[in-house]
Design a protein around this ligand. Structure first.
Ligand code: HAM
Length: 425
């Protein structure tokens, strides 16, 4: 039997209901924030991610799915959403009228990682990007999105961890301090970190192998190297978070795994059983140089992305049932296959008038259809026999009160409209 590729999963049953509910919540939250829905291709020119996400990030050096198409082009399945959105922002000249562009996306991303709890090779991200402003209030707005989203889903024990990587000047000073600090300990570091030391020493602080070492905890903190402007930006973000009553913790060890960040970086963490340690639910930050690095005009921007799979895991761990109320409105039961045409006519009419309707397609007898009702659990049952068909009638039964009425075909839409209102009240 052919099996699904390693690090992927199928969605069906209860999980598909949860995902649809989560997507609905995302859509309505993003309307409230006035963010626009964007969609960019699943694959892009490989160069975009090399220049965008960064040559020294693990994502680009070890995790991309690269391929050549039949026209010999170098393409990559997107490992994240930001680079593609920024490419689209530049290519479609969205900066034209000096506007701020605030968008959101939800889609699959691909990273060749070692599959484990909450880590897949194909995974879904819900993300936002806000491009065209350096206002620290926008950083706070972006951080508030996952916080409010998790809150609306009923999650309690989540923590915002925030740090600042400052501007280029601050980071260069910090880089020198890190080089001086780590140089005597080079032999203690893993091979990857030895390479990071040469190419991007900040990345050492993000190492999954060396992070237990004592020297990591004692390394210089970026927050001690921020210049005045960077410090001011960071303090303003914190003030705005406080104004919105968002709880946070400053964590100087957050450096993030992608190369494009400047100033604010943040992650939201939760304690989830089965994850070994804390689970990072989402991450993001400011990336003031990415638009210009990718060939666009100087444009400041900030964003975040959260993983769907980790969200589902933590909802399960906290026993939060987010199943949508999608109880079937009507289940149709023709007494005999001869009444199928009439049943389909009613079914189609009701669906086009906004009701959720289904009927038996398994050729079940009237009796065995009745036996299915406990499982299907519709609000109403419509029964059609020979007499109903001949006189354009139908028998409708309230599945809760078990009361039954015979009405004409022309009345059914108004009848159900009224009854549904009663149920809602
Ligand atoms: P990231 O931290 O690489 O950031 O990913 C964001 C989130 O995606 C993670 O916190 C995690 O929930 C989820 N995620 C990442 N990798 C996997 C995986 N292999 N399996 C399951 N879930 C995963 C970014 O991607 C940035 N583009 C975020 C951003 C947007 N920054 C600014 N704008």
């Amino acid at each position: 039997m052919i099996q699904r590729p390693k690090g992927t999963y199928d969605v069906y049953g209860n999980m598909s209901k949860k995902i649809l509910y989560i997507r609905k919540l995302m859509t309505s939250l993003m309307e409230k924030y006035n963010y626009e829905y964007f969609r960019t291709p699943l694959f892009e020119a490989s160069e975009l991610f090399h220049r965008g996400v960064g040559e020294t990030s693990d994502i680009v050096t070890k995790e991309t799915y690269d391929f050549k198409d039949r026209g010999d082009r170098n393409l990559t399945l997107r490992p994240e959403g930001t680079a593609g959105i920024v490419r689209s922002y530049i290519e479609n000249k969205m900066y034209g009228n000096g506007n701020i562009v605030k968008c959101w996306y939800f889609g699959p991303m691909y990273r060749y990682e070692r599959p484990q709890a909450g880590r897949y090779r194909e995974f879904y991200q819900f993300g936002v990007e806000a491009m065209g402003s350096s206002d620290p209030a926008l950083d706070a707005e972006v951080i508030s999105i996952p916080v409010n989203f998790y809150k609306l889903l009923g999650l309690k024990d989540v923590k915002v961890k925030i740090n600042s990587l400052g501007d280029l000047e601050s980071r260069l000073k910090y880089k020198d301090a890190l080089l001086a600090y780590f140089r005597p300990y080079l032999d203690d570091l893993c091979d990857d970190c030895k390479e990071r030391f040469e190419k991007n020493p900040l990345r050492i602080l993000d190492c999954k192998i060396d992070n237990h070492l004592d020297i990591m905890q004692k390394a210089p903190k970026i927050t001690d190297y921020l210049n005045e402007e960077s410090q001011k930006h960071f303090e303003a973000v914190i003030q705005y978070l406080k104004a919105m009553d968002i709880e946070y913790e400053i964590d100087p060890n957050i450096v993030r795994g992608l190369d494009y960040y400047t100033h604010t970086v943040f992650e939201v963490e939760a304690n989830v059983e089965g994850f070994g340690k804390t689970c990072v639910l989402c991450g993001g930050g400011r990336y003031d140089n990415l638009v210009s690095n990718l060939g666009g005009p100087d444009t400041k921007a900030v964003g975040f992305a959260l993983g769907l799979e980790r969200l589902l895991t933590i909802l399960d761990a906290e026993k939060i049932d987010i199943d949508d109320d999608n109880q079937l409105d009507v289940y149709m039961i023709p007494m005999d296959s001869k009444q199928k045409e009439y049943a389909l006519k009613i079914l189609n009419e009701l669906r086009m008038n906004g009701f959720n309707v289904d009927m038996d397609y398994m050729g079940r007898s009237f009796k065995s259809n009745l036996k299915q009702l406990d499982r299907i659990n519709p609000k109403f049952i419509i029964i059609i026999g020979e007499e109903e068909e001949r006189n354009n009638l139908l028998t409708i039964k309230n599945n809760q009160t078990k009361t039954e009425e015979k009405i004409s075909y022309n009345q059914i839409v108004d009848y159900l409209d009224d009854k549904m209102k009663d149920i809602e009240d």
